[in-house]
Write a protein that binds this ligand. Structure first.
Ligand SMILES: NC(=O)c1ccc[n+]([C@@H]2O[C@H](COP(=O)([O-])OP(=O)(O)OC[C@H]3O[C@@H](n4cnc5c(N)ncnc54)[C@H](OP(=O)(O)O)[C@@H]3O)[C@@H](O)[C@H]2O)c1
Length: 269
C-alpha cells in the first residue's frame, strides 16, 4: 500500500514529482494518482504519464498509502478539508507546501498524526535537488524508508530533527536556486560588459561553478579555506574581495536569507 502514491495538485511541483516517481520509483504508472482540478492540465498529465488522474479529491485516494499534498499554501485549507473525508489512520501524508505547519495540516485533517513536512527545491524537477524533511511522530523505520523512497525520486534527502528547520531549509535549499540564479545573472552581465558573448559568458560561468562545487566536495576543505587558497595577496580575487567587503556582501546575503526565513514562517498567516 505504501508503495502507491497519490499527489494532490498537478502543478509545477506535483507534476514534476509525478514524472520522477513514474520514471524512477514506482513499479507501474497505475501506482500513481494525481488529483488536478484544472481539466486541460489533468488531460495533459493523463496523456504524459498514463497514471490515474482525477479532477476532484475522492474515495480513490484510499487505494494509495502515501498522499503528497502539492497545492499552493493559500489553497491548503480547501484541499485538506476535501481530503479529510477520505483519510484513514495509516495514511502517510507528505506536505511539500512552504510555510504550512504540521499542526495546521493535522488540525484540518481532523487530528491526523502521520504527517511529514518537507521542502524540495527546483533542481528536484530533474532529479538533482535536495529535499529536507521532518516527520513529527508515529513513524517506524519502514515508514521512513517509504517516505524517502518517494522523496529521493527528486534527488538527495535530508531528515531533520525539528520542524522549525523546515522553514530554515525553505530559506536555504528551497529558495537557494533563486539566489544562485541572481548571482549567475549578475556575473553573466559582468562578463558581457568585458566583451564576451552571452553564450560564452554562460558556458564559462556554468563550468567554473560546477568545478568549484566539485572541488569543494572532493577536497573535504571548508569554503573559507578554499577561498584563502585562491585569494593570494595583491591578486585579482583579493581585489574583488576588497569591494565585496566594503559593501558588506556577506551581511547582505545573511539578511536576505533571514528575510526569506521570516517570510516562510508567515506564508499562510
Ligand atoms: N515551485 C517551487 O520551486 C517549489 C519549491 C518547493 C516547494 N514548493 C511548494 O510546492 C507547492 C506547489 O507549488 P507549485 O509551484 O507546483 O504550484 P502550482 O503550479 O499552482 O500547482 C498547484 C496545482 O494544484 C491545483 N489545486 C489546488 N487545489 C486543488 C485541489 N483542492 N484539488 C486539486 N487540485 C488542486 C492548482 O489548481 P489551480 O491553479 O486551479 O488552483 C494547481 O494546478 C507549493 O505549496 C509550494 O510552496 C514549490
Amino acid at each position: 500500500m505504501e508503495s502507491r502514491v497519490a499527489v494532490i495538485g498537478g502543478g509545477n511541483m506535483g507534476y514534476a514529482l509525478g514524472c520522477s516517481l513514474v520514471h524512477k520509483v514506482l513499479n507501474k504508472p497505475e501506482d500513481l494518482l494525481i488529483v488536478e482540478r484544472k481539466g486541460n492540465r489533468a488531460e495533459y498529465i493523463l496523456n504524459a504519464l498514463k497514471c490515474n488522474v482525477e479532477q476532484k479529491i475522492n474515495s480513490r485516494v484510499r487505494e494509495f498509502g502515501i498522499i503528497v499534498v502539492a497545492v499552493k499554501p493559500q489553497e491548503a485549507e480547501e484541499a485538506l478539508h476535501e481530503l479529510k473525508e477520505y483519510i484513514f489512520e495509516r495514511h502517510i501524508v507528505i506536505s511539500i507546501m512552504a510555510g504550512v505547519p504540521i499542526s495546521f495540516i493535522s488540525d484540518k485533517l481532523g487530528g491526523h498524526e502521520r504527517i511529514v513536512r518537507c521542502m524540495p527545491n527546483l533542481p528536484g524537477q530533474i532529479g538533482v535537488g535536495i529535499t529536507v524533511y521532518f516527520g513529527r511522530y508515529g513513524f517506524s523505520a519502514e515508514d521512513y524508508v517509504a517516505v524517502e523512497r518517494v522523496l529521493s525520486s527528486m534527488g538527495a534527502v535530508l531528515r531533520v530533527a525539528e520542524e522549525d528547520l523546515i522553514d530554515g531549509a525553505t530559506a536555504i535549499s528551497g529558495t537557494g536556486p533563486g539566489y544562485m540564479f541572481y548571482i549567475i545573472d549578475s556575473m553573466v552581465s559582468a562578463a558581457v560588459d568585458l566583451g564576451f558573448s552571452y553564450r560564452e559568458a554562460e558556458s564559462m560561468i556554468a563550468e567554473f561553478i560546477k568545478g568549484s562545487v566539485e572541488l569543494w566536495l572532493q577536497s573535504d576543505l571548508k569554503p573559507d579555506t578554499l577561498l584563502k587558497m585562491v585569494a593570494s595577496e595583491g591578486g585579482t580575487t583579493e581585489a574583488a574581495l576588497v569591494v565585496f567587503n566594503k559593501h558588506h556582501l556577506d551581511e547582505i546575503i545573511r539578511d536576505g536569507i533571514k528575510a526569506a526565513y521570516e517570510r516562510a514562517k508567515k506564508l499562510i498567516g
